[in-house]
Design a protein around this ligand. Structure first.
Ligand SMILES: Cc1cc2nc3c(=O)[nH]c(=O)nc-3n(C[C@H](O)[C@H](O)[C@H](O)COP(=O)(O)OP(=O)(O)OC[C@H]3O[C@@H](n4cnc5c(N)ncnc54)[C@H](O)[C@@H]3O)c2cc1C
Length: 297
């Protein structure tokens, strides 16, 4: 029996549920999922989608799967995209992933639109044998965090949902979320310590609500004269402050911000916090989950 800390899981769809206009929940089942690891928070995984031309069996396995996948001719590569584990129930051999189908079709959104119960994907995820800090978890707040700011677009909502469910009841903060439809606001679970500032995208363009609401939250949450470490920003669209061992970069902070979604918008939010409000960049995790006009791979 394999004791690998990460591996591919064969995951047949056992249920599909439309939660709101944008969020579709896929439940995957099967004995293989008894070993699917659950480090929690925003654990990211890779989902391999079959296409009309390439099946799942063509996906290289083993530790060097990625380099072998890259060596394949493009027409022979099964596409994979990054998603967030929403729930794991090892006892029932079940895993849930909530996926948004967007208007611009890529292999993931095409599959999301057309998938039926019984269809299969592969999920590359940690196993129950994994030990230590998961480097696929990017929510790494200081042990003593006075308040949290969780902000992003619809692709970040599954991660924010798990974070809200797993933070202790005495955690405090603000959630800022921009979604395609007003009814998508119902997606997030409630945490009594958080204020929710969720709005549908309007004619003012992508990120308009996000930027305005993050600016306002920063003005409220960032204590004057604290955490002032202003740095020039470079071209990064992914930075998760950690120690060498993978833990939080700071022991305590007045505010920890977790920002995820479309890259250009996320960069703007981070600039707002770090340059505009002097938030210590070691207390800001920002992740470009996708990039306008660019496929993931
Ligand atoms: C760590 C991480 C966790 C993620 N978790 C989730 C999750 O739990 N649920 C979820 O739904 N998504 C999640 N995403 C986002 C998802 O991986 C991307 O949206 C992905 O690009 C979709 O793949 P695709 O094949 O449909 O489109 P691609 O082939 O990658 O792109 C095709 C075109 O679609 C555009 N595009 C991609 N995504 C979107 C979008 N959301 N809205 C509008 N246009 C888009 C691209 O700019 C490109 O022009 C996550 C991403 C990361 C990095």
């Amino acid at each position: 029996m394999s004791t690998d800390e990460y591996r591919f899981f064969r995951a047949p769809v056992t249920a599909i549920q439309d939660l709101t206009p944008s969020f579709r929940r896929f439940t995957f089942g099967g004995d293989d999922l008894a070993e699917y690891g659950d480090p929690g928070f925003d654990q990211r995984v890779k989902v391999v989608f079959p296409t009309a031309h390439v099946g799942l069996d063509s996906m290289p396995r083993g530790a060097d799967w990625y380099s072998r996948w890259r060596e394949l001719p493009e027409h022979a590569r099964a596409p994979f995209r990054t998603y967030t584990t929403r729930a794991v129930r090892n006892d029932k051999r079940e895993v849930e992933i909530d996926m948004v189908s967007h208007d611009v079709l890529g292999p993931a959104s095409a599959w999301i639109e057309g998938a039926c119960v019984g269809d299969e994907v592969l999920i590359y995820a940690p196993t129950t044998h994994a030990t230590g800090v998961s480097m696929g978890v990017d929510f790494v707040p200081p042990r003593h965090t006075e308040s949290f700011l969780l902000a992003g677009d619809e692709t970040s909502a599954p991660a924010i949902a798990v974070i809200l469910e797993q933070l202790p009841p005495d955690a405090r903060g603000v959630v800022v979320l921009e979604v395609p439809h007003a009814r998508d606001a119902a997606y997030l679970p409630r945490h009594d310590g958080f204020e929710y500032r969720v709005a549908a995208r309007t004619g003012h363009g992508r990120h308009a609500h996000l930027i305005a609401a993050v600016r306002q939250a920063a003005a409220e949450l960032v204590p004057a004269g604290r955490g002032a470490e202003v740095e020039e920003l470079d071209d990064l669209v992914w930075e998760v402050p950690r120690t060498a061992k993978g833990g939080a970069a700071l022991k305590s902070a007045p505010l920890y911000a977790w920002l995820a979604g479309e890259s250009a918008g996320i960069k703007t939010l981070r600039r707002e916090l770090v340059t505009g409000h002097g938030v210590d960049r070691r207390a800001v995790a920002f992740m470009g989950y996708w990039r306008e006009g660019r496929a993931e791979n």
